[in-house]
Ligand binder design. Structure first.
Ligand code: NAD
Length: 287
């Protein structure tokens, strides 16, 4: 069997188009244009590129972008004051604190400073609690992107054996929750899991967010499985994921390539979360 590659670029383009149309419709109806504020602390070049891409993506779909930059030595109080001001600004529906933060800043405390109604990264304690308890709220972008890809390819999650490799707050844990919400039978693996290949080979849907280049080879995959690779690594030979694409493609039914799989979904879901936050603000409901 030769797996089909999941085309994340085209699914992401459809999400962005859906958001663009909904934003245009809101504005036509006289409702406030959705707004996203990014907060970048310090001068990490990779973070600056990510922020610029998010700003450009907003512009393409008609979301107003507010760009806030602070020096690496700004100090916790100044960052907190910036977040407080954005929480209070009615033009801003989403507040994104770009991570990682420079040393010396308490990331967890600053993330929790963000109003959960504007928490478009879904990382505040309140948003995570809402996810775990199944209450409405903003969900983290990359895990939402994975679910969107599975839906776009008609993968039935109800009752499916889903295995998630990785338990980070950003990806693995929230993804496991979203799969559970969709009635999959979910197993979460991590660095202390014994006989990883034996566990992953059970999966109908295998999602990998371990941060280890080409960790998952053919032996880890059940024939006919759907494999989602969240990992991204810049190696001398180019970008690779946590999955050995060629080996796994010979066994799986569907597999995401790197690049062009999960990657494009993250920013698309950020735009969608910003739209949701704006819609919830209009309806005065939880996002
Ligand atoms: P992380 O380092 O915070 O977490 C990695 C997790 O994998 C941990 O829970 C760890 O226990 C587990 N793990 C590590 N080695 C393992 C092994 N050998 N076997 C089993 N489990 C193992 O990483 P993260 O933030 O979750 O990111 C994971 C990967 O996804 C990274 O490559 C990152 O660059 C990528 N990423 C991509 C996107 C995107 O938009 N595509 C977004 C976020 C992260």
């Amino acid at each position: 069997m030769k797996a089909a590659a999941i085309d994340g670029r085209s699914v992401a383009a459809r999400v962005r188009e859906r958001v663009r149309a909904a934003v245009a419709e809101r504005v036509r109806a006289g409702l406030p244009r959705p707004g996203l504020a990014t907060v970048l602390v310090g001068d990490d070049p990779a973070s600056a590129i990510y922020v610029r891409r998010k700003q450009e993506a907003c512009a393409e779909v008609g979301i107003a972008a507010f760009d806030h930059r602070l020096p690496a030595d700004a100090g916790e109080e100044r960052v907190a004051a910036t977040l407080d001001a954005l929480n209070a600004d009615a033009r801003v529906h989403g507040v994104l604190l770009q991570l990682p933060l420079p040393d010396g800043l308490d990331a967890a405390a600053l993330i929790d400073r963000i109003d959960p109604a504007k928490d478009v990264d879904g990382l505040t304690t309140v948003s995570q609690g809402r996810l775990v308890t199944g209450r409405p709220g903003l969900r983290p972008c990359t895990p939402r992107g994975v679910i969107e890809l599975l839906d776009a390819y008609g993968v039935d999650l109800t009752g499916a054996e889903a295995v998630v490799v990785g338990r980070s707050e950003l990806v693995g844990r929230p993804l496991a929750q979203l799969l559970l919400e969709r009635n999959a039978t979910v197993t979460v693996c991590h660095s202390r899991t014994r006989e990883l290949a034996r566990v992953t080979a059970r999966a109908d849907v295998l999602c990998v967010a371990a941060g280890v280049p080409r960790l998952i080879g053919a032996d880890y995959v059940k024939p006919g499985a759907v494999v989602i690779d969240v990992g991204i690594h810049r190696l001398p030979e180019g970008l690779v994921g946590d999955v050995d694409f060629d080996a796994v493609a010979a066994r799986a039914r569907l597999v995401t390539p790197v690049p062009g799989g999960v990657g494009p979904m993250t920013v698309a879901m950020l735009l969608d979360n910003t739209l949701r936050a704006a819609e919830a603000a209009t309806a005065k409901a939880a996002p």
